[in-house]
Structures are given as structure tokens and as C-alpha cells.
Design a protein around this ligand. Structure first.
Ligand code: ATR
Length: 283
């Protein structure tokens, strides 16, 4: 926890471009109220360039910010900004947390966010998984799956070269994008890391008829909260993990590090966020 100097409020925030839609201020604000913390968590728009990012980070540090979450398009910039980073952030090639100090520290709680969201849904999520997509989000999800004990992970991506590269880095197998439906009968967890299903994007086309009974279906997209994929999964009796669960869990380490106090992911927090999404017409 950061020491409060002369009752000065603790400052933290989320840095991205754009960042106005971020739910993180509401998550941290809800926890701060619960814990009686004297602090503020604000959205900080920073233009996509690395140079702009570095200037902004120096400024936030000078202003006394305890730390910031980092979102698109700066997750790789956060690693470049500091020489101090966790193994998880280095392996993911991206950081979503930057804690300011003499040497600022970059970390990745997207990975533990996914892990915790899956654990909250199933105590034994299984051995084999299919990851759809091979971008930055897929890297974090693969690391989370490996830490959950998944030994047999396949990746399918529209651009095969990218799934091959991911497979080589993390010891995975590759499935053809066109064959994504065919491999479903043998997997315990299906996760969508593509942007398909997001508001304004085409839906993810996948028939879940052959998906193993008891398999989990996860989607990192949270706008809409119930993507066509999750809707289909529920209709076929499968348990689901949505993007909001991951978002809430990834926020926990930042709150604890910067504000101190408890940060509990529960139905009451979810209800606050769902209400906000509904107001925007996003859920
Ligand atoms: P992120 O860092 O959030 O993962 P990204 O690196 O842009 O974002 O990755 C987006 C993912 O969505 C990629 O796997 C992309 O597939 P390609 O590598 O073939 O581009 C996938 N994606 C985006 N639009 C898609 C579409 N219309 N059909 C299939 N996959 C799509």
C-alpha cells in the first residue's frame, strides 16, 4: 500500500486510447467506497505513440500517482517503459499494470484475471482447450491456461501463420480455422480471444452441437456481455465465463497494490457494472 502523505488522496487510473468506455474507474471506485479509501481512480487518455506514452507516464509519476492500469494500445509500451517487469508480463509480451516507484514495475494481471474467472466457475476445468485467435489477448489466455494445468492446448486462427508462431512459443498444437467446429468433442474449455461477437463486429460462427457436455465456454468480449457464443453455450447447457468476470478479477491486484484494503469480486460488483453497461446500451 502507498503511504498517504498529509491526507493526500491516493491516485491511480487507467491509461489507454480511447479510454472513456473503460469500466475500470467504476470497479476501483466501488471498492474504494467499500474500503473507505481516500483515493481516486481516473481514466487517462494517452495518444497511441510510445513517445506520448513515456511522457505521460513520467508526468503521472511526478504527480504522485501510485500506479496505473494499461489498456489498448499501450500494453507493450508499458514493458518498454521500464526495465523491471514480472515474468508473467515478459512471457505475455504485454503489461496491464504499471506501479510507479524509483524503478517502475510492469506486471500482467490479465493472466491471473482469466485464471481466477475460470476457477470461480469450475474447480477442475480440465486438460484440453481450444483457443480461438492468436493476438495479444491469446498469449495471456494461453499462459493462464497453462497455469491452470491445461496440458493439451490447440490454437485456431484465421491467419494460420500467427497461430503457428504462438504454438511454437508456448508448445501448443494448431487447428485450422475452418476446422474449429470439428475439434470440439475432445475439449474441456473453448475460449474466444478474437474480436468476433463484439458489438459492431460479425458474430463468431461456431456450432457447439459436438462440444463435450460439461465443457466450459469463455469469451473475453464483454460488450455485449452475452455474446452470441455465450448465448449458444448456455442454450446447449454449458457453463460460461464472460469478459466481465475476467475484467473484475484482473482489477484486484492493482487495487490491492495501489489503494490497499480488500478488493472482492462478487455479485454486487457485477450488478453495478451491468447496470452501467445497460445504461450505455452495451449489455
Ligand atoms: P488482441 O491483442 O486483442 O488479441 P489482435 O492482436 O488484433 O487483438 O487480435 C485480434 C484477433 O481476432 C486475431 O486473432 C484476428 O485474426 P487474424 O490474426 O487472422 O487477424 C482475430 N479476428 C479479427 N477479426 C476476425 C474475423 N473477421 N475473422 C476471424 N478472426 C478475426
Amino acid at each position: 500500500m502507498v503511504e498517504k502523505k498529509n491526507n493526500t488522496p491516493i491516485l491511480a487510473g487507467v491509461v489507454g486510447w480511447p479510454v472513456g468506455h473503460s469500466l475500470s474507474p467504476l470497479i476501483h471506485g466501488t471498492w474504494a467506497k467499500r474500503a473507505g479509501v481516500n483515493g481516486y481512480y481516473i481514466p487517462v487518455p494517452v495518444a497511441p505513440d510510445y513517445d506520448d506514452f513515456a511522457v505521460a507516464m513520467d508526468a503521472l509519476k511526478t504527480l504522485g500517482f501510485a500506479g496505473v492500469n494499461i489498456t489498448i494500445p499501450h500494453k507493450e509500451h508499458a514493458l518498454r517503459y521500464t526495465s523491471e517487469a514480472s515474468d508473467a508480463a515478459r512471457r505475455a509480451g504485454a503489461a496491464n499494470m504499471l506501479t510507479f516507484g524509483e524503478k517502475s514495475y510492469a506486471d500482467n494481471s490479465d493472466i491471473t484475471g482469466f485464471t481466477e474467472a475460470v476457477r470461480a466457475t469450475s474447480s477442475a476445468p480440465g486438460q484440453s482447450a481450444l483457443v480461438l485467435g492468436a493476438g495479444g489477448a491469446a498469449r495471456g489466455v494461453v499462459l493462464a491456461l497453462q497455469s491452470l494445468g491445461f496440458a493439451d492446448i490447440a490454437v485456431a486462427n484465421r491467419t494460420r501463420a500467427k497461430s503457428e508462431e504462438l504454438a511454437k512459443t508456448f508448445g501448443l498444437s494448431v487447428a485450422d480455422w475452418e476446422d474449429r467446429t470439428k475439434v470440439l468433442e475432445n475439449i474441456d474449455l473453448l475460449v474466444n480471444t478474437t474480436s468476433l461477437g463484439m458489438a459492431g463486429q460479425p458474430p463468431l460462427e461456431i456450432d457447439l452441437a459436438d462440444l463435450k457436455p460439461g465443457a466450459l465456454v469463455a469469451d473475453i468480449v464483454y460488450a455485449p456481455l452475452e455474446t452470441p457464443l455465450l448465448k449458444a453455450a448456455k442454450a446447449s447447457g454449458h457453463k460460461t465465463v464472460d469478459g466481465l468476470a475476467m475484467l473484475m478479477h484482473q482489477a484486484v491486484p492493482g487495487f490491492k497494490t495501489w489503494f490497499g484494503g480488500e478488493a472482492v469480486v462478487d455479485d454486487a460488483l457485477r450488478a453495478v457494472l451491468v447496470e452501467d453497461l445497460n445504461k450505455r446500451g452495451g449489455a
